[in-house]
Design a protein around this ligand. Structure first.
Ligand code: ZN
Ligand code: ZN
Length: 359
């Protein structure tokens, strides 16, 4: 046998061209290279408590189909020269923990087309995610205390406030630390203990922008971990228990809340013409005596310069009341009973709005 010097031949079997790759004929090349490398077994971890899955150190909520896609993407390695790649897979559940992934791959290497079938076994291991670990340990970072000023809120009103947390959690990005450790009614309010300070603060801002009032924030040191103080946050939110038009006892006088300001409300005095701005904090000492919906509109039967008489709508007794400082004969008279005494109220813009709504 003579070898032509300089002539090309397969390095493995000596066959003549065409040669591919590192100078091999097609049969030799096909024996030595594969389109993909597929490990036999691949592990993955699912939280035994809540079912979320660990993907490269992160716990995420994904579907089984997405788990298989992720495992294939991470573990199936294509030949570096592969082109025109196609991959299809089918999963078959073998047991609680084992799933077989049948892979059909195709592609070309140096213009030669390859088709291969492989099987990979996905093996699930139980773990416990960070959230469940912390939940199990009653982990918490923040407490939000819902309270009120002016009057005690009803249970329904606290429920409405509480529901806004669910909305805030839906709108925020998925963070496994956004969980509620515990919650429940307490005297005069409702407390919610949360796994994350950021969540507590976001909710607090939402409450203030939605309902007014303000937040008092305090931090306590709960201990030290890795040389750093572990602090816990307490947010005390007081929802104003009054609306525009309500009658409040404040600084020993009766007032009506006339309008909101950024920091509180404009208060309008009932027994004489006086208006003053009050901050939310100022108003913490206010008590709601009667709400708008409890007021009565009455017709005067007799009147002189300062006193009018009307029929008490609950007893139908003739009753007298001091006329408000802005009394106008042409305007309906708004009265309310404060601690057993009838009080006539001066007029506010909100009274007209209410009258229109009633019609
Ligand atoms: Zn060969
Ligand atoms: Zn979990």
């Amino acid at each position: 046998m003579t070898l032509e010097l300089g002539g090309e031949f397969c390095l493995v079997c000596g066959a003549e061209p065409p040669l591919f790759g590192d100078r091999m004929c097609e049969p030799c090349l096909r024996k030595r290279i594969h389109l993909v490398k597929v490990p036999e077994n691949v592990p993955w971890v699912r939280c035994a408590r809540c079912g979320i899955v660990e993907i490269q150190g992160k716990w995420v909520l994904i579907s089984e189909e997405e788990i298989w896609d992720e495992l294939i993407q991470r573990h199936v390695v294509f030949h570096k020269d592969a082109e025109n790649i196609g991959l299809a897979h089918e999963s078959r559940t073998v047991s609680d923990r084992h799933t077989l992934l049948h892979l059909q791959v195709e592609g070309t290497i140096e213009g030669l087309s390859f088709k291969e079938e492989h099987t990979m076994r996905a093996r699930m291991a139980n773990g416990v995610c960070l959230t469940c670990t912390r939940r199990a340990g009653n982990y918490f970072e923040a407490t939000v205390q819902l309270r009120s000023t002016g009057r005690r809120l009803s249970e329904d009103e606290f429920t409405d406030l509480r529901i806004t947390l669910d909305k805030v959690m839906e709108e925020m990005a998925d963070d496994p630390m956004f969980f509620i450790t515990s919650e429940g009614p307490v005297t005069g309010g409702y407390d919610i203990v949360l796994g994350n300070k950021g969540l507590a603060r976001t909710w607090g801002r939402h409450l203030v922008s939605e309902y007014g009032g303000h937040i008092a924030e305090s931090n306590t040191v709960a201990g030290r971990k890795d040389g750093v103080d572990v602090t816990r946050l307490t947010l005390l939110y007081r929802k104003p228990g009054y609306e525009i038009g309500d009658v409040l006892r404040w600084r020993d006088k009766l007032w009506r809340a006339a309008s909101w300001t950024k920091e509180g409300a404009i208060m309008s005095r009932i027994d004489r013409q006086e208006r003053t701005g009050a901050s939310w904090r100022d108003l913490e000492s206010a008590n709601v005596m009667t709400q708008m919906g409890e007021h009565n509109i009455v017709d005067l039967i007799t009147q002189d310069a300062s006193v009018g008489e009307f029929l008490d709508p609950s007893t139908w007794q003739m009753t007298s009341v001091r006329l408000p400082w802005d009394y106008l004969k042409t305007r309906p008279l708004r009265v309310t009973q404060v601690e057993g005494e009838w009080v006539a109220l001066h007029h506010l813009g909100c009274d007209e709005k209410e009258a229109k709504v009633k019609k």
